[in-house]
Each structure stands twice: as structure tokens, then as C-alpha cells.
Write a protein that binds this ligand. Structure first.
Ligand code: HEC
Ligand code: HEC
Ligand code: HEC
Ligand code: HEC
Ligand code: HEC
Length: 241
């Protein structure tokens, strides 16, 4: 047998094997470059919607709380989108003749739900739960950043596994008092004095001789206070059940 595979055959075979591998790696890398590019992931690109709903108008300018419309976000896996009844609490009185709101009025009058196209979505095999995050001080802003400025809703980022894991390994970097979860303008206090005032305000216990100085120190305190076991957050079975 050894005779059949002479030296140059071997080299040829290697060239094929190596070439084949490179092609496969190339495809995989190219493939993931494509699937991770904004063109594929639609980051920053609003999908078509029946009504041009603006978070900038309703949240930033009118100051309507996220929970007014996404009320299930603290109680269930899904944040949900509001029904036309929710819109009509105001739009039966204001902007009643707006042509843009005709689909909302039709939906309300005919009792047929408005169908919004999804902006964010995960593959079927990934488990996600909103309430688990927002009730432990992880803000909408950490995952849907910049929504308060959006005239039309689009994805802030691509939800890759690496992105989920980055926070699961270091939640200290992102966590905030849970009372601040719905505040899109929150910034961690910059001085120990402000830090102390905030901790007092929300009744979060701390060591007066060791008041946190920055987000990381505050994060460590909150991870402990909210009883988050970050060692378990990288287990495959957390997200793939
Ligand atoms: C007045 C009602 C209202 C308020 C207040 C509101 N939203 Fe929305 N939100 C909607 C509607 C309607 C949609 C579906 C249409 C769209 O995508 O723009 C939506 C869609 C979204 C989506 C995209 C959903 C998807 O398909 O992936 C996110 C994320 C979101 N809202 C987050 C927030 C956050 C965070 C806040 C508070 C800062 C907030 N919303 C406040 C009505 C509201
Ligand atoms: C708490 C009251 C309130 C609720 C609830 C509300 N809106 Fe509005 N909406 C307003 C106000 C006030 C304006 C006018 C804002 C402006 O022009 O500055 C407005 C403006 C709009 C406009 C622009 C109309 C135009 O002709 O320019 C659209 C579209 C709209 N809302 C859709 C919705 C939808 C869809 C919902 C339900 C998901 C909703 N709104 C829920 C108060 C509300
Ligand atoms: C830890 C990240 C994270 C946080 C925090 C978060 N979301 Fe989401 N959100 C997601 C992901 C991931 C999806 C897509 C879920 C899917 O496809 O199953 C999503 C989907 C949504 C949707 C579409 C409807 C639904 O239920 O799937 C809305 C609306 C929404 N989020 C609103 C909010 C609001 C409001 C907050 C804050 C109160 C919030 N989200 C906090 C990651 C997050
Ligand atoms: C900004 C930080 C952050 C991001 C981003 C994030 N998570 Fe989490 N996640 C957490 C924290 C903190 C907990 C722990 C909550 C607790 O201890 O109850 C958690 C818990 C979970 C849990 C356990 C829920 C339960 O019911 O016990 C699941 C599942 C999960 N995350 C899925 C995801 C997925 C999927 C993504 C990406 C799409 C993601 N997370 C992105 C911070 C984050
Ligand atoms: C914090 C949540 C989370 C944890 C923990 C997690 N995954 Fe994932 N995983 C995801 C998300 C989100 C995706 C989808 C990514 C996408 O759509 O690109 C994914 C996708 C995958 C895929 C599909 C291929 C790919 O990269 O898109 C495989 C295989 C996978 N995960 C295996 C694992 C294994 C093995 C573990 C444990 C070592 C693990 N995952 C832990 C969130 C998680």
C-alpha cells in the first residue's frame, strides 16, 4: 500500500485536504461574517409596520413608562406588544383623525388584533425570560439600547451567544438598582456621596467604610444583594433547555 501513495501523491493529497479544510473554514468564517453583518442581522433597520409607532414621541417626549405598553415584562418571559385598546386610551381623544392611526382604529372597532412585525428575535432553541432580567436590575437599555431615540423601532444589536455570555460572566458591569431598570437615562453615580445617596434611597445595604466608587464596585454589591449566582449563568442548560 505504501507504494501506491508515493511522495508526490502524498503532497497532492495534502494540498487537497488542506485546501478543502481552508475552503470549509473560509465558508464558515465568511458565512458567519455574513450572518453577523448588519445586512443580514438587520441591526439598525426598522421592519415594515402597520403604523409608524415612535418610541421617541411616546417615551422620550411624552414620558410614558415602558410598562404602560409592555406590562407583562416584569411578570413573564415575554415583554409583549400592546393591543390597540392601549393605544385607544389616548387616541380615542387625541389625533383622532390622523390617517396614520386608521389601522389602530380599524383594529379596535373590528376587534381584530394589529399585527406588528417582530424587530428582535432569537432562534427557537434559545430560552430567554424578560422577568428574570428586569427584576434583578438588568435594564431594557442594556439590550435594547437607544430605543428612546428611535422614531421607528429597530434592533440595537445582534443577540449572539457571545454577547449573552459576556454579561452572564460579568453582570457587575451592567447591573443597576432595579428601580432604575425602566429609566433609559440612568448613569451610575460618579462620586461616593452620590453613590451613598442612591443606596440609601433604594434601601440597599452597604458598608459605610467601603462605599462603592464606580460601576464595578456597585455591581459587585448588587450582584450579592440580588442573590445572583453568576457561576451558574454560563451553563449551557440555562439557555438551551
Ligand atoms: C405607548 C406604548 C409604548 C411605550 C410607552 C413603549 N413601547 Fe415599546 N413598543 C410599542 C409598540 C406598539 C411596539 C411594536 C411596534 C414597533 O416595533 O415599533 C413596541 C416595540 C418595542 C420593542 C421591539 C419589539 C420587537 O418586536 O422586538 C422594544 C424592544 C420595545 N418596544 C421596548 C420598549 C422600551 C424599553 C420602552 C420604554 C423605554 C418602551 N418600549 C415603551 C409600544 C410602546
Ligand atoms: C398616553 C397617551 C398615548 C398612548 C397610550 C398612545 N399614544 Fe400615540 N400619541 C400620543 C400623543 C400625545 C401624540 C402626539 C405626539 C406629538 O405629535 O408630539 C401621539 C402621536 C402618535 C402618532 C403620530 C400621529 C400623527 O398623525 O402624526 C402615532 C402614529 C401614534 N401616536 C401611535 C400610537 C400607537 C400605535 C399607540 C399604541 C401602541 C399609541 N400611539 C399610544 C399619545 C399616546
Ligand atoms: C437581557 C436582555 C434583555 C433585556 C434586559 C430586555 N430585553 Fe426585551 N428582548 C430581549 C430579547 C433577546 C428579545 C427577543 C426574544 C425572543 O425572540 O424570544 C426581546 C424582545 C422584546 C420585545 C418583543 C416582544 C417579546 O416579548 O418578545 C419587547 C417588546 C421587548 N423585548 C421589550 C423590553 C422591555 C420593555 C425591556 C425592559 C423593561 C426589555 N425588553 C428588557 C432581550 C432583553
Ligand atoms: C446585561 C446583562 C445580561 C445580558 C446581556 C443577558 N443576560 Fe441573561 N441573565 C443576566 C443575569 C444577571 C441573570 C441572573 C438572574 C437571576 O439570578 O435571577 C440572567 C439570567 C438568565 C437566565 C435564567 C433565567 C431563569 O429563569 O432562571 C436565562 C435563561 C438567560 N439569562 C438568558 C439570556 C440570553 C439568551 C441572553 C442573550 C440573548 C441573555 N440572557 C443576556 C444578565 C444578562
Ligand atoms: C446566556 C445564554 C447562553 C448560554 C449559557 C449558552 N448559549 Fe448557546 N446560544 C445562545 C444564543 C443566544 C444562541 C444563538 C446565537 C445566534 O443566533 O447567532 C446560541 C447558539 C448556540 C449554538 C448554535 C451555533 C451558533 O453558534 O449559533 C450552539 C451549538 C450552542 N449555542 C451551544 C452552546 C453550548 C455547548 C453551551 C454551553 C457551553 C451554550 N451554547 C451556552 C445562548 C447561550
Amino acid at each position: 500500500m505504501a507504494q501506491v501513495f508515493r511522495r508526490h501523491h502524498n503532497t497532492l493529497a495534502r494540498v487537497f485536504v488542506v485546501g478543502g479544510l481552508l475552503a470549509i473554514v473560509g465558508l464558515a468564517v465568511g458565512g458567519s461574517a455574513i450572518t453577523r453583518s448588519p445586512w443580514w442581522t438587520k441591526v439598525g433597520e426598522p421592519p415594515d409596520q402597520p403604523v409608524p409607532f415612535s418610541h421617541k414621541h411616546h417615551y422620550e417626549e411624552l414620558g410614558i413608562d415602558c410598562r404602560y405598553c409592555h406590562w407583562s415584562v416584569t411578570q413573564s418571559a415575554h415583554a409583549g406588544v400592546p393591543s390597540s385598546e392601549v393605544c385607544m386610551t389616548c387616541h380615542s381623544q387625541i389625533w383622532t383623525n390622523s390617517p396614520l392611526l386608521q389601522p389602530v382604529r380599524d383594529s379596535y372597532n373590528n376587534e381584530t388584533p394589529l399585527v406588528w412585525n417582530k424587530v428582535n428575535n432569537l432562534p427557537e432553541f434559545v430560552y430567554f425570560d424578560h422577568s428574570a432580567h428586569v427584576n434583578k436590575g438588568i435594564s431594557c437599555a442594556s439590550c435594547h439600547g437607544g430605543i428612546e431615540k428611535m422614531h421607528l423601532t429597530h434592533k440595537s444589536q445582534y443577540f449572539s451567544m457571545q454577547w449573552c455570555l459576556d454579561c452572564h460572566r460579568n453582570p457587575e458591569k451592567h447591573i443597576r438598582p432595579k428601580e432604575e431598570v425602566f429609566n433609559m437615562y440612568y448613569k451610575p453615580p460618579r462620586t461616593q456621596k452620590e453613590m451613598q445617596a442612591m443606596l440609601d434611597k433604594y434601601g440597599i445595604p452597604y458598608d459605610p467604610n467601603n462605599i462603592p466608587r464606580d460601576q464595578l464596585e456597585l455591581g459587585k454589591l448588587l450582584v450579592k444583594h440580588y442573590n445572583i449566582h453568576k457561576e451558574q449563568l454560563s451553563d449551557c442548560s440555562i439557555c438551551h433547555r
